[in-house]
Design a protein around this ligand. Structure first.
Ligand code: 3HC
Length: 291
């Protein structure tokens, strides 16, 4: 049996938008998945989101009813961290984008996970090398950057920290393949390849709204119809979460310079609780998944 085929158990730490999508695709691929979160409300929401997504796939005949049921049966929700990672072959962390939180989480994972487990961090922009400093063996941490909505988006951006070993990069590539994603491998620089490019478009769009160049709707329409983007940069910011975008921008601004300075408008909207789709309002008002 290949090493990959012997991987059976995945622990996902953090059940927010990304965590629940990661848990879903792993369970769909046949892994037994334990999901951990500090909030029961987040776990309940995650469980409903996965059920909804699988239902949608059944309705589109992308999945059979049996496959949906088998996927749901492979998911255990609200498992405490130590229990979730204790017998895991792969641990994927998807907690909010704060270095202190990631370091604390990985210290706990390090103490409880088996020595053979592959460790992944779903960060949009933070340093994998720095996160790995929480581990006794930093060679086994790999950046695993997923995209929202995880069940639909094809890419997995794999990030090689300064001390990540080739063997662990290969294990992450094999994992990507098994869960149906195409992977790329990038060096550990702030924002990697995707966030650095994706965020710069979003930030410019916000500056254009701020200075009255055009409405959010028209700016989005321009990129959707003129450039064939599936979704304009402001709608996408609503999907990703304004708080998430702000955290990424604050980090990229510190690391890469002025072009990433967060617009005042974004900071104000986050302060006002306008976080995008998940809070019901961002650059658009959202009701029941629809703009
Ligand atoms: N689960 C399962 N299926 C889903 C789904 C979900 N959560 N969301 C959408 N789908 C399926 C739909 O059922 C539909 O299937 P079909 O092709 O068989 O009809 C298909 O995806 C397209 O969905 P819709 O018809 O509802 O709507 P759209 O055609 O507008 O597509 C979208 C929605 C896939 C979100 C598309 O607009 C898109 O690709 N947007 C850009 C997303 C993007 O750029 N994501 C990256 C964000 S950056 C990021 O995540 C990085 C992080 O670090 C912040």
């Amino acid at each position: 049996m290949s090493e990959l085929a012997s991987i059976g158990r995945v622990a996902v730490i953090g059940a927010g938008t990304m965590g629940n999508g990661i848990a879903q695709v792993c369970a769909q691929a046949g892994y037994t998945v334990a999901v951990c979160d500090v909030s029961e409300a987040v776990v309940a929401k995650a469980k409903a989101a996965v059920a909804g997504s699988l239902e949608r796939m059944v309705a589109k005949a992308k999945l059979t009813g049996e496959q949906r049921d088998a996927t749901l049966a492979r998911l255990a929700w609200g498992v405490p961290l130590e229990a979730a990672v204790g017998d895991a072959d792969v641990v994927i962390e998807a907690v909010p984008e704060r270095m202190d939180l990631k370091l604390d989480t990985f210290r706990r994972i390090d103490a409880a996970a088996p020595a053979h487990a592959l460790l992944g961090s779903n960060t949009s922009s933070l340093s994998i090398t720095e996160i790995a400093s929480a581990l006794r063996d930093p060679t086994r941490l790999v950046g695993m950057h997923f995209f929202n909505p995880v069940p639909v988006m094809e890419l997995l951006e794999i990030v090689r920290g300064l001390r990540t070993s080739d063997a662990h990069i290969e294990r992450a590539q094999a994992l990507a393949k098994r869960i149906g994603k195409t992977s790329i491998v990038v060096r550990d620089v702030a924002g990697f390849a995707t966030s650095r490019l994706g965020v710069i478009l979003g930030v410019e769009a916000m500056r254009m709204v701020e200075s009255g160049v055009a409405s959010a709707e028209d700016i989005d329409r321009a990129m959707e119809l003129g450039y064939r983007h599936p979704m304009g940069p402001l709608k996408l910011t609503d999907l990703v979460g304004l708080d998430v975008r702000l955290a990424i921008l604050d980090h990229l601004h510190r690391e890469l310079g002025e072009q990433f300075r967060p617009p005042a408008l974004l900071r104000q909207m986050v302060r006002a609780g306008k976080l995008g789709k998940k809070s019901g309002e961002g650059f658009y008002v959202w009701t029941d998944e629809k703009k």
